[in-house]
Design a binder for this molecule. Structure first.
Ligand code: GDP
Length: 442
C-alpha cells in the first residue's frame, strides 16, 4: 500500500530539497506533481483540492521561499497537511460506557468483517483485559455463524451458542442478555453482509442498532476498493450512522486512496487497519505513522522542527552566502558549532541526517564536549585572527591556548580541522549548500 504514491512524492521532494533556493514557480511545479500523484493514488478529488490548497497557503504564509532550506519546509508542510487529512490523532475503540458495551460491525460481504470481529475481540481481551462475547447475526449465509465460532475458538473468545431459526434481532437480544447475566464487558455483533448495499440490509442494520444501542458502529471496508470504500462509508453513515471505520487489506498493494480520503469525505475516523489474515494482523490507525510511511521523510521533518526552533534564518543565510563564495573562516566555524549545540549536539543531529556522507566522517570525530572547548578556543581569538587564520603563528597560538584553557596542540587540531572543512565547503560547489547546517539539512 502507498508504494507508488510514496515513490512519486519522494521524487518530488528529492528535486526540491536538493536545491538551495526555490522560486514560486518551483513550488507551483511541486504542487502540480503532488496533485497528480494523489489523483493517481485514487484520492478523492475534493481531498486533493483541499490538500494542495492548504499546502500552497501555508507555503506562502510561512515564507518558505525565503527560509533557510525551502525544500525541507515544503516537505514539513506536506507532512503536516497529510496528518491533518488522515485525522490528526489515533482514535482507539471507545469502551467508555456501561457494560456490556455493544460494538456493531457492519460492511459488505468479503470485506473482512468476520475476521476483523475476531481480531478486535482478541485485542480487547489481550490488551484491555476485557471479557468479550461475540455473536454472528448473519442468518442468510448458512456457514457465517459457524465461521465466527471457529474463529472464537481460535482466539479463545466466547461466541454466543447458535440457535437455528432465530432472526438477527432475536440473536442480538439473546447476546445482550447473556452478556448482562454472565458479566461480559463487551459484545461484538457481527452483522450480515451483502454483495452490495440494498434497502433490506440497511433496514436490518437500523433495526439492530435501535435494539442493541451499540456504543460503536464500525464499518469494515476493503481498502483495495479505493473510492468505492469511501462511498460505501458515506452511504452507511447516512443510513445507519457510523462511529468509525476499519480498513482491511492494508497489507495489499492498493494505491491508498481510501485511507487518504476516508476521513475528509466521511468525517469519520479510521480506527483500525487490517494488515493480514492472521488474528494479530490488526493495527491502530495512526495518522503520523501513516504519513511517515507515505512520505518516508520523518528525518527531515524532525530536523526542520528542531532547526526551526534553533536557527536564525537571517544569520544562516548570510553564512550560506559567504560559503557560496568559498569563504569559511573560523568565525563561520564558531557560528556553525553554536548551531550544532542548539540542535542538541552532534548526537542529536547525527541520528536525523539523511545521507550526510563525507561530512559525517568529518564531524563524527568531534565529541560532544569538544564543541564547547573548540568554541572557547575560537572565542579567545581576536576578530582579525578568526577572519584570517594565517595570522596564527606560535606566539598567538600560545596566547589563545592559555586564554581558553586548552593546549597549543588543541589549537593546532582545531585549525587543521577548520582547514579540512573549508576545503570541503569549497568542494561542494558554489551556491549549492548552505554551510554545515545547510548541508546537514539537505
Ligand atoms: P466477511 O465476509 O466480510 O465477513 O469477510 P471475511 O472475514 O470472511 O474475510 C474474507 C477474507 O479476507 C478472508 O480470507 C480473510 O482472511 C481475508 N482478510 C480479512 N482481513 C484481511 C486483511 O486485513 N488482510 C488480508 N490480506 N486479508 C484479510
Amino acid at each position: 500500500m502507498f508504494e507508488s504514491l510514496s515513490d512519486k512524492l519522494s521524487a518530488v521532494f528529492d528535486r526540491i530539497t536538493r536545491r538551495g533556493a526555490l522560486t514560486e514557480a518551483d513550488v507551483s511545479e511541486a504542487l502540480r506533481e503532488i496533485r497528480k500523484a494523489l489523483l493517481e493514488a485514487d484520492v478523492a478529488l475534493d481531498v486533493v483540492r483541499s490538500f494542495t490548497d492548504k499546502v500552497r497557503d501555508r507555503a506562502v504564509g510561512a515564507g518558505v521561499i525565503k527560509s533557510v532550506s525551502p525544500g525541507q519546509m515544503v516537505v514539513k508542510i506536506v507532512n503536516d497537511v497529510l496528518i491533518e487529512t488522515l485525522g490528526e490523532t489515533a482514535q482507539p475503540i471507545d469502551l467508555a460506557a456501561k457494560p456490556p458495551v455493544a460494538i456493531m460491525m457492519v460492511g459488505l460481504q468479503g470485506a473482512g468483517k468476520t475476521t476483523t470481529t475476531a481480531k478486535i475481540a482478541k485485542r480487547l481481551k489481550e490488551r484491555h483485559d476485557k471479557r468479550v462475547l461475540m455473536a454472528s447475526l448473519d442468518v442468510k449465509r448458512p456457514a457465517a455463524q459457524e465461521q465466527l465460532a471457529v474463529l472464537g475458538r481460535q482466539v479463545e473468545v466466547d461466541t454466543l451458542p447458535i440457535v437455528a431459526g432465530q432472526t438477527p434481532i432475536q440473536i442480538s437480544r439473546r447476546a445482550m442478555e447473556a452478556a448482562r447475566l454472565q458479566g461480559y464487558d463487551v459484545v461484538l455483533l457481527d452483522t450480515a453482509g451483502r454483495t452490495h448495499i440494498d434497502e433490506p440490509l440497511m433496514q436490518e442494520m437500523a433495526d439492530i442498532k435501535s435494539y442493541a444501542e451499540p456504543h460503536e458502529i464500525l464499518l469494515v471496508a476493503d481498502s483495495l476498493t479505493g473510492q468505492d470504500a469511501v462511498n460505501l462509508a458515506k452511504n452507511f453513515d447516512e443510513r445507519v450512522g457510523l462511529t468509525g471505520i476499519v480498513l482491511t487489506r492494508m497489507d495489499g498493494d492498493g494505491r491508498g486512496g481510501a485511507a487518504l480520503s476516508m476521513r475528509y469525505v466521511t468525517g469519520k475516523p479510521i480506527k483500525l487497519i487490517g494488515t493480514g489474515e492472521k488474528m494479530d494482523a490488526l493495527d491502530e490507525f495512526s495518522p503520523s505513522r501513516i504519513a511517515q510511511r507515505i512520505l518516508g521523510m520523518g528525518d527531515i521533518v524532525a530536523l526542520v522542527e528542531k532547526a526551526a526552533a534553533a536557527i536564525d534564518a537571517e544569520e544562516a543565510r548570510k553564512a550560506a552566502a559567504r560559503m557560496a563564495k568559498g569563504k569559511f573562516d573560523l568565525q563561520d566555524l564558531c557560528d556553525q558549532l553554536a548551531q550544532v549545540e542548539k540542535l542538541g549536539g552532534l548526537g542529536g543531529i547525527m541520528g536525523l541526517l539523511p545521507g550526510v556522507g563525507k561530512m559525517k566522517e568529518q564531524i563524527a570525530n568531534l565529541d560532544e564536549g569538544l564543541i564547547g572547548r573548540q568554541r572557547a578556543i575560537i572565542l579567545s581569538m581576536t576578530p582579525q585572527e578568526r577572519r584570517n587564520p594565517d595570522l596564527l603563528k606560535a606566539s598567538r597560538k600560545k596566547r589563545i591556548a592559555a586564554g581558553s584553557g586548552a593546549r597549543v596542540e588543541d589549537v593546532n587540531k582545531l585549525l587543521k580541522q577548520h582547514r579540512q572543512m573549508a576545503d570541503l565547503m569549497k568542494s561542494f560547489g558554489a551556491g549549492k549548500r548552505g554551510g554545515l547546517m545547510g548541508k546537514a539539512a539537505q
